[in-house]
Design a protein around this ligand. Structure first.
Ligand code: AMP
Ligand code: MN
Ligand code: MN
Length: 331
């Protein structure tokens, strides 16, 4: 058994850099329904390793969403069901829980020599042979920037664009409370290295289909705000609006944008399950609410999946949100 290394500072230790010193075959393994933080970091690190002679495979349990087709190298990211070995290093980024690989991690343990877990989630399970968890990082993108800098790997425009997008999305375009002076310092270095903010934001927010605004309007008619104004939510039955709209619109941000709302919630029904997104504004820890349903995330952004018909799921989740919001008011 390899020793487990824990390291929770912004700069990677020698133990974290060690696996990337040599060469060989690396698998960059993504989490379920990959977002820009996981894809951008896997691609940035993988492209940098390729530049140093590594053979790199990219993939995970689900495909990259169409919205992120602009990320340099994302066409290499494959949907994986079986893993072929041997693999020298398996890297997971932004993945707090090994269950978020739909079983691929168990295969990776069989064919891979070493599992490296790099993440910024507070609830990270430290499931790797090497674990680097920095909860002060706004995005895993910041950590991979530090890793590449420590390795002396060149920041190409492709690498910079991937990392800039990872940080851009996890900070809500540099607006959330996770943004620090370091976030801006890293973003500045990435722009200097060739990331183009206007291209990234146009790619993320201004490539709507002609019918998208009508569907957005349809979805927003479902927003509800509690009588005391502190809860805002949106429950979407299957088929009400196309999945491509739900995936690209970050609908939970609309109830969150109401001034009085302390916790916003999006519930979307899919294949008999309800996927729940929770967002807070600093006074309620939404990760604790998600954890009650087997989910996780961050203080202000978390999620979980609840079984059951949408009305029942909405009732139980909102009851838990209500308890948390009322608890925060008393304290
Ligand atoms: P989302 O609402 O899907 O954008 O997710 C927000 C945050 O919650 C991310 O940091 C996710 O990693 C986390 N998260 C979402 N769904 C789950 C889940 N089912 N289990 C654990 N963490 C989750
Ligand atoms: Mn992620
Ligand atoms: Mn992240």
């Amino acid at each position: 058994m390899s020793p487990i290394v824990e390291h929770s500072t912004p700069v990677p230790s020698a133990a974290v850099l060690g696996p990337f010193g040599g060469g060989g075959h690396a698998l960059m393994l993504g989490h379920v329904h990959p977002d820009a933080d996981v894809l951008g970091t896997l691609l940035a690190l993988g492209l940098a390793l390729e530049g140093r002679g590594w053979t790199v495979t990219y993939g995970g349990p689900h495909p990259a969403p169409a919205l992120l087709a602009f990320l340099p190298g994302v066409e290499r990211y494959r949907t994986l069901t079986m893993l072929d070995g041997p693999i020298d290093v398996v890297v997971l980024t932004d993945c707090p829980n090994p269950q978020r690989t739909e079983g691929l991690i168990e295969q990776a343990r069989r064919v891979g020599k070493l599992i490296v877990n790099i993440d910024h989630h507070p609830d990270n399970r430290r499931y790797g042979d090497v674990n680097w968890v920095d909860t002060s990082a706004a995005a895993t993108g910041e950590m991979i920037y530090e890793l590449l800098t420590a390795l002396g790997a060149p920041l190409t425009p492709a690498v910079a664009t991937n990392l800039f997008t990872a940080i851009h999305t996890d900070t809500g375009s540099f607006r959330y409370s996770n943004v620090t002076p370091r976030t801006f310092a890293i973003a500045a270095a990435l722009v200097a290295a060739g990331a183009r903010p206007e291209v990234v934001s146009e790619s993320l927010y201004e490539r709507r289909a002609p019918d998208a605004l009508r569907w957005l309007g349809e979805a927003l008619t479902r927003v509800e705000i509690s009588e005391d104004g502190r809860l805002g939510w949106l429950a979407l039955p299957t088929g009400l609006v196309p999945e491509r709209i739900v995936e690209s619109e970050e609908l939970v941000n609309y109830p969150r944008s109401v001034a009085s709302v302390r916790v916003a919630c999006l519930l979307r029904e899919r294949d008999g399950e309800v996927k729940v997104s929770l967002r807070g504004k600093g006074d309620v820890d939404v990760q604790k609410i998600a954890a009650q349903f087997g989910g996780g995330g961050h203080v202000n952004a978390a999620g979980c999946t609840v079984i059951g018909p949408l009305p029942e799921a909405t009732r139980v989740v909102l009851a838990a949100v209500r308890r948390a919001v009322d608890g925060s008011r008393m304290s």
